[in-house]
Design a protein around this ligand. Structure first.
Ligand SMILES: N[C@@H](CCC(=O)N[C@@H](CS)C(=O)NCC(=O)O)C(=O)O
Length: 229
């Protein structure tokens, strides 16, 4: 299997966590933001990543969107399930996956990108990295005001996670697509001292989930702690 991705995208992280959890071997092709359209649009008709090319007999040639990728992986390899057999639990897991995809993932991207353009510039001040940050700000309308609104959504999500993650799982009594999605989409906040300082339990849990899914933590993960002292 080949995963077309941006190496730093948290939606691509979500797909890698699922592949890693299910212990499915895969390779990645890292694309350059902007130029990626030339490679991706003819394949999926869309411009977003991740896109999975299963490259296997009796499988679709192209699976686009992290949610669809997980749906495909569940059908391809049901062992180590991320879904539930119980319909109510399954409905709730998919509802949370969707909430994190549509609201919290977008909010985390906004807050993190604003941070990287301001106080967090030193994490990677290189021309290439800052050009990507500028592109994301432009593409998604990220600015100080939108970041404030997004931070409020993140705080609500963290309050909800606090109720579940400090003692167990988001749905039922085992790990599922809901926990995986929350961990992937909130991972970028681990580089921001304000979150690392206020919610150590959240980042311990995100780190545990990465270990469970055989996925390295985001590059510069330690920076979030170093800047605190
Ligand atoms: N719902 C999609 C969202 C993916 C997404 O927003 N990907 C961003 C990167 S974080 C992207 O590819 N942006 C480039 C573009 O829209 O052209 C998923 O879950 O896969």
């Amino acid at each position: 299997m080949l995963l077309l991705q941006f190496s730093t995208s948290h939606y691509c992280r979500k797909a890698r966590l699922a592949l890693g959890y299910k212990q499915i071997p895969y390779q990645v092709e890292n694309l350059t933001p902007g130029l990626h359209i030339l490679r991706v649009k003819p394949l999926s008709g869309s411009t977003t990543l991740p896109v999975l090319l299963p490259q296997l007999k009796n499988c679709p040639a192209v699976v686009a969107d992290s949610t669809e990728i997980i749906r495909f992986l569940e059908a391809y390899q049901p062992e180590l399930p991320l879904y539930f057999a119980d319909p109510l639990q399954q409905k709730e897991a998919l509802r949370l996956e969707d909430l994190f995809d549509e609201a919290i993932g977008v909010a985390a991207r906004c807050v993190y990108t604003q941070y990287r353009a301001t106080e967090g510039k030193n994490i990677d001040p290189s021309w290439v990295s800052q050009s990507v940050i500028r592109l994301i700000r432009l593409l998604y309308g990220v600015n100080a005001e939108s970041a404030r609104g997004a931070a409020q959504k993140i705080n609500n999500a963290i309050a909800m996670l606090g109720e579940f993650w400090q003692t167990g799982y988001l749905v039922g009594d085992r790990f599922s697509v809901a926990d995986l999605t929350a961990a992937a989409l909130l991972a970028p906040l681990g580089l921001m001292p304000v979150y690392r300082l206020n919610y150590p339990w959240l980042f311990d849990r995100i780190a545990q989930i990465h270990q469970l899914c055989n996925e390295p933590l985001p590059k510069n993960w330690q920076v979030g702690l170093e800047l605190i002292s």
